[in-house]
Design a protein around this ligand. Structure first.
Ligand SMILES: Cc1ncc(COP(=O)(O)O)c(C=O)c1O
Length: 259
């Protein structure tokens, strides 16, 4: 049976994330591998009420297929939310996916031809590497310091590799380093992308769970040429929507609460 799978899948190695998440199930382990929300904060009762209200109000329509890009009122609501962080967008440019992981995979499918170069931070998010690997790119890493990816090194890599397809970056609370890219570099990386004609894939799952300090504008805010693809997710903040007054610990920030 194994030989029936596509060559692509036969050559695919199991994701390290999967194994790491299995380990994180153990109570003695504080895992930094995935950003899991604190389960005791999941708003189970509130969600039951929401489901009931939706089914009462919308009936069968709420269970029917929607357009491929997603439910239009949700896409419009996302645009409103994006405005608050400095991104102006039309709902037609918003696509609903099953978490940002699916968006990472779709972006790989959309852009990567075999041998294309993807530039990423060193180190970067394991499950993104795995998702891109299926399309056989070449990875080129750029070092970071406390303020994110080093722009001089990025430019050198862009000069050295004319076939860069995109730069994959996690500017806010980068996984796994937790570092945040400083403002000047956010502007600079977009300038470089314009100059070298490459796409930026900005993955921002953690920006909305900042606990201290001022938020910085996303790279997408500086994008004047439509070359920054911005990914975000509700996976990390779903519980926060229902909890009043901001501070909601994650398993990372408050491991004791998780136990
Ligand atoms: C950097 C990064 N991108 C994407 C994801 C995936 O997020 P989602 O749960 O929305 O698929 C994670 C999850 O840990 C992550 O750390």
């Amino acid at each position: 049976m194994n030989n029936k799978f596509s060559k692509r899948i036969r050559e695919f190695k199991p994701s390290g994330t999967h194994q790491l998440l299995q380990m994180s199930e153990r109570p003695e382990v504080i895992s930094f591998a995935g950003g899991l929300p604190a389960p005791e904060l999941f708003p189970v009762e509130e969600l039951k009420a929401v489901c009931e209200a939706v089914l009462n109000e919308q009936g069968p329509a709420s269970l029917q297929y929607s357009t491929t890009e997603g439910y239009i009122p949700l896409r419009q609501a996302i645009c409103e939310r994006m405005k608050t962080i400095g991104i102006e967008s039309d709902y037609k440019n918003v696509i609903i996916t099953s978490g940002s992981q699916q968006a990472i995979d779709l972006t790989g499918k959309l852009f990567i031809d075999e041998g294309d170069v993807i530039i990423c931070e060193s180190p970067t998010y394991l499950a993104a590497i795995n998702a891109f690997k299926v399309y056989n790119p070449q990875f080129v890493e750029v070092d970071m310091d406390e303020d994110g990816m080093l722009m001089e090194e990025l430019e050198k890599k862009l000069q050295a590799h004319p076939n860069v397809k995109f730069i994959y970056t996690i500017p806010d609370f980068q996984n796994p380093t937790g570092r945040t890219m400083k403002l000047e570099r956010r502007q600079r990386i977009v300038q470089l992308a314009n100059q070298y004609d490459v796409v930026i894939l900005e993955d921002n799952p953690y920006g909305a769970i900042r606990f201290a300090g001022e938020p910085l504008p996303p790279l997408k805010h500086f994008d004047t040429e439509g070359r920054v693809i911005y990914l975000s997710t509700f996976s990390k903040i779903f519980s926060r929507v229902f909890v009043s007054d901001g501070f909601v610990p994650t398993r990372h920030s408050h491991p004791d609460m998780y136990r």
